[in-house]
Design a protein around this ligand. Structure first.
Ligand code: NAD
Length: 384
């Protein structure tokens, strides 16, 4: 057994912890580039504290999931203001943009040089500028991952910039920031966290450290997602979901994902659909396809026991088997009003192209069994 585990330099978690942002950030630099989403309501008290602590702040707002052009615009702004560190306050979209800015503040060259698939995939030479990642959704765990996902509309694909140097200096997770998420965003981001934990747990690159993290995260997400969906101010449920998101990030950054994310990358580049919504629509059908394929072609695979264990963890029943796990996830998706793929304009005529792109996605390599073209097509058909 051999594995490596890397994460953010420092993780601070807890209700109300963002009130310390001024003193925490004061140790990182004097001029902060602060990225937020369109609504600055959640970020304003933190920006006030930064300014009170004598830190100069240059603000940048983004909307939607980041494109390569948007990330470049942010980098140019940060350079123009000669910022020496970066703070991202928002969902995965904001936090990923911040990672790219922090990386390109200290590394010369073009963004394309560092992008996988559509660029040269060159490694970063210098450590990123200090980066504080403050999530306001509970889903991606990007505050502790070493990549940023960018959409390239020109290529109709989402690609990563990836480097151990992109791990944030500080991940500051305050569940209170997630209270304002409406039910629909709570559902899809929460199901993204759940999917990440589940995929890593059954993936071929899981290790004992990610196993423990995933078990804990799956139980918390299974017990709390529905509660957070119905009552956004349920502190215990929001805390559990922020932990599940963090744990998903810790796990995926140190292992591999699977077919749900193998599909979600290309689909996210081809259609205007939120990442979490795509994951949620695909999850039960990928579970079903994987279990069927393992039973017929690799019945000795430890992944089958893993699916049984997932079922026990999420249902809370010691007698549960893999099929009960699928049924439980299907029921949850129904309760959280998960939309099928067709709701995002995905059409059958694109299936061959989607499958071809998905088979090349790096997450697909973590899937516990290689799915055939026919099996992948069937998943899309069922999720449509
Ligand atoms: P998001 O950041 O796109 O946010 C979704 C919506 O929620 C936005 O409209 C945003 O303004 C809103 N929002 C955010 N916080 C809110 C709050 N507290 N209250 C009310 N509204 C709020 O969604 P996300 O799922 O967090 O991130 C998705 C992005 O993250 C995608 O681009 C995906 O590819 C990427 N991602 C990255 C990694 C990684 O490791 N780098 C992992 C998974 C996903």
């Amino acid at each position: 057994m051999e594995f490596e585990f890397a994460t953010a330099t420092r993780i601070i978690f807890g209700l109300g912890t963002v009130k310390n942002i001024g003193s925490l950030a004061g140790k990182m630099g004097r001029r902060a580039f602060v990225i937020t989403g369109q609504s600055t309501e959640r970020a304003t008290p933190m920006i006030d504290q930064l300014e009170y602590a004598g830190i100069e702040v240059a603000k940048f707002r983004i909307s939607g999931e980041p494109t390569t052009d948007l990330a470049l615009a942010a980098v140019e702004e940060a350079r123009r203001h000669t910022c020496d560190f970066v703070i991202g306050i928002g969902g995965g979209s904001v936090l990923d943009t911040g990672k790219v800015v922090a990386a390109l503040l200290t590394n010369s060259g073009k963004l394309r040089d560092y992008l996988e698939v559509i660029g040269k995939g060159q490694p970063l030479k210098q450590k990123s500028a200090p980066y504080v990642a403050i999530p306001t959704t509970a889903g991606t765990g990007t505050e502790v991952t070493r990549n940023a996902v960018l959409d390239s509309p020109q290529h109709r694909v989402k690609v990563s910039m990836r480097s151990p140097y992109m791990l944030p200096e500080l991940a500051l997770i305050d569940p209170e920031l997630s209270y304002s998420m409406p039910p629909a965003i709570t559902a899809v981001t929460g199901l993204d966290a759940f999917t990440q934990l589940l995929e890593v747990f059954v993936a071929c690159r899981a290790n004992p450290l990610t196993d423990g993290i995933c078990r804990e995260g799956l139980q918390r997400a299974a017990g709390s997602l529905e509660r957070a969906y119905h009552d956004g101010r349920d502190a215990a449920a929001r805390t559990d979901m922020c932990l599940a998101s963090l744990f998903g990030g810790l796990a995926l950054a140190n292992a591999k994902l699977g077919a749900v994310h193998g599909f979600a990358g290309p689909l996210g580049g081809m259609y205007n659909a939120p990442h979490g919504a795509l994951c949620a629509a695909l999850l039960p059908f990928v579970m079903e396809a994987n279990i069927n394929a393992l039973q017929s072609r690799a019945s000795e695979s430890p992944a089958l026991n893993r699916y049984d264990e997932v079922a026990r963890l999420i249902t809370g029943s010691s007698a549960a088997r893999a099929a009960d796990g699928i049924a439980w996830v299907q029921k949850l998706c129904l309760k959280l009003q998960v939309q099928p793929l067709a709701a995002y304009g995905i059409e059958e005529k694109d299936f061959t192209d989607i499958v071809a792109k998905s088979r090349k996605a790096s997450s697909m390599k973590g899937n516990p069994i290689e799915l055939t073209k026919e099996e992948l097509l069937e998943i899309l058909q069922k999720a449509l």
